[in-house]
Design a protein around this ligand. Structure first.
Ligand SMILES: [Zn+2]
Length: 319
């Protein structure tokens, strides 16, 4: 990791104990040391290990290798704990990865296994939930109490906060991508009409390709086509905005969401997404409070910083 050893600018995680953070994504796994000042060091991105026979063990092995390398490369940072976050269904409190379709583990005890493999206390959690906590404590959600962080990419995942507290429900809260919306399509999850079949970046590109017979690489190209006046692109973009507005209004009515933080690839559209979305939400709500829409401040590092914050919480509770 010699080429990646220069420290990044100060402090996204704020002051606290030194920890090691690992964020396992479907494609890439990211890791970094977070020092006592909240600076990230040695940020690495490596392909996430996949093994059909031992899908959990292979991740633990990779984490153990990284932990040894960091301990050697950063002897001046005392690592007090390790924060690990993974996708799928996760039981944070039990330290168990319940299920992840793109890895194949079932009820795998990550917390225990990583602790055995590294000798460090381990804080384990869900990637999007951890990213949400990071946004609330160190990003776009600072000062908000009732908020939802929506990560919109290939699919849609959410982190829900009510009265300042994360709502986890044993791993089942925040699955907004699989809530039904009007005009939704059959979903890979087996249900019909899920939000992510219309409102995700993946759906926008897929629907455009299907409808036009052309092949665009992603939602960004569909947005560009819509801005150039392509009627199909305009309709598909507007369907996505309507579906997202529908689901956000449901949240507002149910739990009084006051702030919606948008992350993931689609949020990079900025005002091309936020302006029509905000307008449609406002039109749909009567007396209810219209939520503030914001884009993620921590971006792709949110999950990693969230993993670090979880690890620090573990250390600080033990003091
Ligand atoms: Zn679904």
């Amino acid at each position: 990791m010699s080429s990646l050893e220069s420290p990044t600018p100060p402090g996204p995680a704020g002051p606290g104990p030194g920890v090691l953070a690992v964020d396992v994504g479907g494609t890439d796994m990211k890791a970094a040391v977070i020092d006592q000042g909240g600076n990230l060091h040695g940020l690495v991105r490596v392909p996430s290990p996949h093994d059909d026979e031992r899908p959990g063990d292979v991740v633990v092995d990779q984490v153990a290798v990284l932990a040894r390398e960091y301990a050697t490369s950063y002897p001046h940072v005392e690592l007090r704990a390790l924060g690990l976050v993974v996708p799928g269904l996760v039981d944070d409190a039990a330290g168990v990865g319940l299920f992840a379709s793109n890895f194949g583990w079932h009820d795998y005890p990550f917390g225990e296994r990583v602790r055995e493999a590294t000798g460090l206390p381990v804080a384990f959690g869900h990637d999007v939930s951890a990213a949400g906590v990071a946004e609330m404590r160190a990003g776009a959600g600072l000062g908000a109490n009732d908020a939802v962080v929506l990560i919109i990419g290939t699919g849609i995942a959410g982190a829900v906060f009510c009265e300042g507290r994360p709502v986890r429900a044993g791993g089942y809260a925040g699955e907004l991508g699989h809530a039904q919306v009007p005009g939704g399509f059959p979903c890979a999850c087996g249900a019909l009409g899920c939000l992510e079949t219309v409102g995700s970046a993946g759906a926008i590109a897929r629907r455009y390709n299907l409808r036009t017979g052309r092949t665009v690489s992603g939602a960004k190209a569909v947005l560009a086509a819509s801005q150039a006046g392509d009627a199909d692109a305009c309709e598909i973009w507007s369907d996505a905005v309507s579906a997202l507005a529908f689901s956000i209004c449901q949240l507002v009515a149910m739990i009084g969401t006051e702030t919606v933080i948008l992350g993931g690839g689609l949020a990079q559209a900025g005002s091309a997404l936020l302006d029509p979305l905000g307008k449609e939400i406002e039109e749909r709500l009567s007396f209810l409070r219209v939520p503030r829409l914001k884009t993620s401040v921590l971006g792709q590092d949110a999950g990693l910083i969230g993993a670090a914050l979880r690890a620090r919480d573990l250390v600080e509770k033990r003091r």
